[in-house]
Design a protein around this ligand. Structure first.
Ligand SMILES: Cc1cc2nc3c(=O)[nH]c(=O)nc-3n(C[C@H](O)[C@H](O)[C@H](O)COP(=O)(O)OP(=O)(O)OC[C@H]3O[C@@H](n4cnc5c(N)ncnc54)[C@H](O)[C@@H]3O)c2cc1C
Length: 415
């Protein structure tokens, strides 16, 4: 059953019904995860209507919003208040609760993932009661709730700790791959946000450096923006990937062309317009966070694997600072995220499996919203605080009302 409550009271009534009928419940935001993490055979709660701004505290740069609020709606509203997220990922369509539940991240050696922008989390539990979790009220509950994989209750509201709005200069340049790897630490440490894309069959990396600047924004014209972000980065690439799907022999030249053609750009705009851009074609993805000290070895191995499988898509490499949320893939370690992709409709299992063997060798931790084959048997060894998360899960959801097949697979049954 699908339900889209407009208010906390409607949500609480749904949970009462779930209790009476003994049905499980899952919430979803934008449904942008690549796994079945948000699915259920019970009651599926669409949080789209739970998207209001509840409170603004300008003195402390905090804003309280409902869990279903979408990042792109928030970005505009926050900008009007002179505030911004310190960092964002590649897209902005996710809900705040969905993005933080899976530890969605951007890039920046000194910057943490999105859940680090949470100051507190309000959860509605299975009996309809509401708890407010923060560092002070419930330290373990707080560290569990920030990256919760939807397994503790429904996030009805969060208070965000933001920063003053800022302008970024985004510079995209093709740079020889070997040069990027040789100077990797320098690139990461000397830029606020550094990332790159690499293609298995190209010796060029497409680098992207975003840095805070004391300049007025220079918005691109709507037509320029549409041509660069939609036509070139989406439609043109989509046409090329379709060609590769029919004729895999075109993959190496298409990759070489994309690596050299797609990557000259300078943008000076408000932060969120530089961080995020539209992704309009269909693909699937696996992403792991590996210890930053092994970044160069992992990147080399993943690039080499790509030469043996048919995929026109690039690999994306990003860097994230540690935090202390129990299930954060960057828990207590500086990390490099490596994301491999496959075009929808093309075989991904062999390629992703081969990459996962590399990630496993380096004790990689999977992104909770993307494909992986870890389970309740393998994950505890990767997360030092795994049992403390399970303890909070037992305390907040003792009957497993918010379980689904995915959480059972990764956490095992409650109890
Ligand atoms: C094109 C594309 C680009 C992406 N780019 C990035 C990127 O740059 N960086 C990155 O890290 N990830 C990225 N992702 C992954 C994406 O950010 C995550 O999968 C994120 O969780 C999606 O947010 P959502 O609102 O769609 O959540 P959903 O997919 O709807 O849900 C994710 C999880 O959160 C739970 N959940 C959702 N709402 C609630 C709630 N109110 N209460 C409790 N639980 C809830 C769901 O049950 C589920 O377990 C990308 C995905 C796509 C498709």
């Amino acid at each position: 059953m699908l339900a889209a409550p407009h208010s906390r009271d409607e949500l609480s009534a749904l949970l009462e019904r779930a209790e009476a009928e003994d049905r499980v419940v899952r919430a979803f935001g934008a449904g942008h995860s690549f796994t079945d993490t948000a699915l259920t055979s019970g009651i599926l709660v669409d949080t789209t209507k739970l998207n209001r701004v509840l409170d603004v505290d300008l003195a402390n740069a905090r804003v309280r919003v409902e869990g279903g609020a979408r990042l792109h709606e928030l970005n505009d509203t926050l900008y009007g208040l002179g505030l911004a997220f310190p960092n964002l990922g590649d897209i902005d369509v996710q809900s705040i609760a969905g993005a933080t539940a899976t530890a969605t991240h951007g890039t920046g050696g000194k910057l943490q993932n999105l859940s680090a922008a949470l100051h507190s989390v309000e959860l509605m539990l299975a009996d309809g009661s509401v708890v407010e979790l923060d560092e002070r009220t419930d330290p373990d509950g707080w560290r569990a709730a920030r990256v919760n994989v939807g397994a503790l209750g429904i996030v009805t509201a969060v208070t965000l700790q933001l920063v003053p709005a800022f302008v970024l200069e985004g510079v995209e340049r093709p740079i020889p791959f070997d040069e990027v790897l040789a100077g990797l630490d320098d690139y990461v440490d000397s830029n606020d946000h550094f990332e790159f894309y690499m293609f298995a069959h190209s010796s060029t990396a497409m680098t992207k450096r975003n840095n805070r600047v004391d300049l007025h924004e220079q918005p691109r014209g709507k037509l320029t923006e549409w041509f660069a972000d939609v036509v070139l980065n989406n439609y043109a690439f989509d046409v090329l990937t379709r060609l590769c799907r029919v004729q895999p022999k075109f993959i190496p030249p298409v990759q070489r062309f994309a690596a050299s053609a797609g990557s000259y750009r300078r943008q000076v705009e408000r932060s969120y317009r530089v961080f995020a851009s539209p992704r309009l074609f269909r693909f699937t993805e696996m992403e792991y966070a590996v210890p930053r000290e092994h970044a160069a070895e992992v990147i080399r191995e993943i690039k080499e694997i790509g030469r043996h499988y048919d995929t026109p898509m690039p690999t994306e490499v990003r860097f994230v600072a540690p935090d202390d949320a129990f299930l954060s893939p960057v828990h207590n370690r500086e990390s490099c995220y490596v994301a491999v992709h496959q075009v929808a409709g093309m075989e991904w299992r062999g390629y992703f499996g081969a990459c996962e063997e590399v990630f496993n060798r380096y004790h990689g931790r999977p992104h909770w919203g993307k494909r992986h084959s870890q389970s309740a048997e393998t994950l505890p060894a990767l997360y030092p605080e795994w049992d403390r998360f399970l303890e909070v899960r037992r305390r907040l959801d003792p009957k497993g009302r918010f379980d689904n097949r995915y959480t059972n697979h990764i956490f095992g049954p409650i109890g």
